[in-house]
Design a binder for this molecule. Structure first.
Ligand code: GDD
Ligand code: MN
Length: 389
């Protein structure tokens, strides 16, 4: 086809840009609101929730993006079945990754709508609040609307056990003190935000744990206009909660890391804590080996292996739980971890020796050595032992 013919062809009817735009517009109204639904084992809840959204959001151009971490209960397939007959429902299936915050971030980044809501997929959040939240954002007075379980009129309803409510109060209090975040319910998993604002902050957000809202607000450093609306947290009907001790630890890790101005990452902090626990393990093991009659050098070497092994398991459970090694991978990982830590000892002693000049400053040299060793162990083990696949 020569170029003159091609130009004529593109300008006539079907081939032209404007005709394509018209067809696209006829095919679907683009969403004004994307509702991100993170899910892990919510197969029983997803169909009910989509029905509730359909009622609550009548008259609004919405879409739902289910972000499922390859749930064993088949949530992905359940959501896809709905998506096949309802174009407003989209599904992201993540493989080899876990984490509520990360799932929410990926959902937000998959949206092109001006507004995005994040909402639990387990029916605990009140979907009838969504139109009110949207109205606030449309009015332009807020960049972020938080559905809060704490402000006047909102309650924790039947959704939180007494222990959880107590823990949640402590977590909120700390966030308010440490980070100057004035939110009533910084742990809420239910909010709506302008997508452009969330997208700009996305590179700063941690994918681990449940703390996406706190992370968003503290990363924005006061730049977000925030409104809070009260709601009653419903009781879970199907399936179970995934909030566990690790999630709580991770939350306090974020508080500390943000408090120290993001100089140290949450992961490094966790790695450091595990390292400190390793010292205790080392000393206990050393004492036992000495009592058992081993001579000092042997006992010290054996205790080092006990401590490294304990550190490996703790780091594998806590620090790198999103890249957790299992089976043969864990065996190989443990060997590389031994190798990394052995070099770490050299780095430690090397730096301590360089600095050590005057007996009065032995502790500075010792501390610098230990920090050097920890930094090396951290950098090398995250590159070798728990490398990103
Ligand atoms: N994709 C994905 N990956 N989704 C997850 C994961 C995960 O690793 N973990 C949990 N979810 C989903 C659940 O399927 C559910 O839809 C939602 O995230 C909330 O998880 P729950 O396990 O039901 O949390 P909860 O009810 O105990 O906790 C609620 O209160 C917390 C504060 O106390 C939630 O609203 C949290 O968002 C909130 O931080
Ligand atoms: Mn829940």
């Amino acid at each position: 086809m020569d170029s003159a013919v091609r130009v004529a062809d593109e300008n006539s009817g079907d081939g032209s840009q404007s005709a394509r735009a018209a067809r696209a517009a006829r095919a679907a109204t683009t969403a004004e609101l994307s509702v991100i639904l993170p899910s892990f084992n919510e197969a029983a809840n997803i169909p009910i929730l989509i029905g509730l959204l359909d009622e609550a959001l009548a008259g609004i151009a919405w879409e739902a993006i289910v972000v499922d971490d390859n749930s064993p209960d088949g949530s992905t397939e359940v959501a896809r079945t709905i998506a096949r007959s309802d174009g407003r429902v989209r599904v992201i299936r993540r493989i080899g990754r876990r984490g509520l915050s990360g799932a929410c971030v990926e959902g937000i980044l998959a949206s092109s709508a001006p507004f995005v809501a994040v909402m639990d997929a387990d029916l605990q959040h009140d979907e009838t609040l969504l139109p009110k939240m949207l109205a606030e954002l449309r009015a332009g007075d807020a960049d972020l609307v938080v559905a809060s379980r704490k402000v006047d009129g909102g309650t924790v309803g039947e959704g939180l056990s007494r222990v959880r409510a107590f823990g949640s109060n402590i977590a909120n209090g700390l966030a308010q003190k440490l980070l100057n975040v004035t939110l009533q319910d910084p742990m809420s998993g239910f909010f709506m935000v302008r997508r452009d604002k969330a997208e700009a902050l996305a590179p700063k957000l941690s994918p681990q744990g449940f703390k996406i809202l706190l992370d968003l607000v503290s990363s924005a450093d006061g730049a977000l206009k925030i409104k809070e609306l009260p709601f009653t947290f419903r009781e879970r009907q199907h399936g179970e909660s995934k909030l566990d001790t690790l999630v709580t630890l991770d939350y306090f890790g974020l508080l500390l890391a943000k408090y120290f101005g993001d100089i140290v990452s949450v992961r490094f902090l966790m790695f450091g804590l595990v390292g400190a626990s390793g010292l205790v393990v080392h000393l206990i093991a050393l004492r036992m080996f000495l009592l058992g009659g081993l001579e000092f050098n042997m006992a010290q070497t054996a205790a080092s292996f006990v401590a490294m092994t304990s550190n490996f398991f703790l780091n594998n459970q806590l620090t790198y739980r999103d890249r957790r090694l299992t089976g043969m991978g864990a065996v190989v990982g443990m060997l590389t971890f031994y190798a990394v830590c052995s070099v770490g000892v050299l780095a430690n002693v090397g730096v301590a020796n360089l600095i050590y000049a005057d007996p009065a400053y032995w502790w500075i040299a010792g501390t610098a050595g230990a920090i050097m060793g920890a930094v090396w162990n951290y950098a090398a083990s995250s590159a070798l032992t728990w490398r990103k696949s």
